[in-house]
Design a protein around this ligand. Structure first.
Ligand code: 3HC
Length: 311
């Protein structure tokens, strides 16, 4: 019966077995994964917008080529993750509909505008940096297709972070205006990057269950702390100041203490009232509609191929 099935499932999770698409799984496990993996995919795809905004305005051909490659990678990450979600019995159309209707979330960080070239450096260094901390941990998630997608994505992410950090380092070795531009970008992206790790563990709706099912291997606060600790040194090395007066090394804890996140801002942005939420969805809807003819052409071509094959 259901109890025995759930107990056997939990025993597999506890034994560090990977759950595969055809395995029995609790409906709530399936739903939790569809929620998290599809939102992860949406984040990758929506994340293409703030960065894509600077491809035509990159300062050198080299920076343009690197940014093009990164944005293309993000799209690929989105496709891996949509495919992983579809193994759980939901269609791409349903996932896109959930994004367009606002039913599905995506990483709040992408609802902030990319105002200057330095923002591209801050996004690569901080946003991809935070994503890497989260995704390295997710390589050990209990659902097979998600874990394998993470392994592949992590291989590409380190280049994303390094190119962002290189942009910031270059600017900090430049003119006063360039240094000011880099510092301004950090001032605007630092706190929203911390929000990428989600609410505090005590306020996290899904963490307890996600940890029991080993969907989540480390908690929101634990990963956030890891990201803060690594970022402080990286900022100091290139002369950037992180915009948090409470940031201080705590010898006892062996970590940096840091200030409180503005959770009102967090809740505003994840519930749709961030600076760019409407623009990001409108852009995605327009691109989806403009691209409908491509999907129809592929379907028509496929149907003709089937017809010819069945003659
Ligand atoms: N942005 C938007 N929504 C967020 C959020 C954020 N930064 N942090 C939390 N939330 C949402 C959760 O989705 C959940 O809402 P829901 O029930 O409607 O889904 C609610 O806030 C409560 O948060 P929980 O901690 O209870 O939720 P989770 O257990 O799902 O933890 C998470 C949140 C850590 C973000 C987890 O969902 C996760 O690890 N997601 C996959 C990783 C991810 O999305 N990373 C960002 C990718 S961006 C990227 O990689 C592009 C980069 O390469 C440029």
């Amino acid at each position: 019966n259901e109890q025995q099935l759930e107990a056997a499932f939990q025993a597999r999770i506890d034994a560090e077995e990977k759950i595969e698409p055809k395995d029995w799984m609790p409906e709530r496990y399936r739903k939790n994964l569809i929620r998290q993996i599809s939102q992860h995919a949406h984040s990758e795809v929506i994340g293409m917008q703030p960065e894509g905004n600077w491809i035509t305005r990159a300062p050198t051909l080299h920076r343009k080529a690197v940014l093009l490659a990164k944005v293309q990678d993000e799209c690929g990450h989105g496709l891996y993750l949509y495919s992983a979600t579809e193994t759980l019995g939901i269609t791409r159309e349903e996932l896109i509909e959930a994004l367009h209707s606002g039913a599905a979330k995506y990483a709040s960080i992408f609802n902030y505008p990319s105002l200057t070239w330095a923002d591209i450096g801050a996004i690569g260094w901080l946003v991809d940096g935070a994503a890497i901390v989260n995704q390295v941990s997710l390589q050990r998630t209990s659902y097979g297709p998600y874990a394998r997608g993470m392994v592949r994505i992590c291989k590409e992410e380190s280049f994303h972070q390094r190119q962002g950090y290189h942009i910031m380092m270059t600017l900090m070795q430049g003119s006063d205006e360039q240094r000011a531009m880099a510092q301004d970008a950090v001032n605007r992206f630092w706190w929203p990057s911390l929000m990428m790790f989600g609410p505090h563990d005590a306020e996290s709706a899904h963490s307890a269950q996600s940890m029991t099912w080993k969907i989540k291997r480390q908690s929101n606060d634990e990963l956030r702390q890891k990201f803060v600790d690594q970022s402080v040194e990286q900022a100091e090395v290139i002369g950037l100041t992180l915009p948090d007066p409470d940031l201080k090394w705590n010898e006892e804890r062996g970590h940096y203490d840091f200030g409180e996140i503005d959770w009102d801002e967090f809740n505003r942005v994840i519930s749709g009232s961030g600076p760019c939420n409407r623009q990001r969805i409108a852009h995605h809807v327009a691109a989806h509609e403009d691209g409908a003819w491509v999907r129809e052409a592929i379907a028509a071509h496929e149907a003709k191929k089937q017809q010819r094959a069945s003659k």
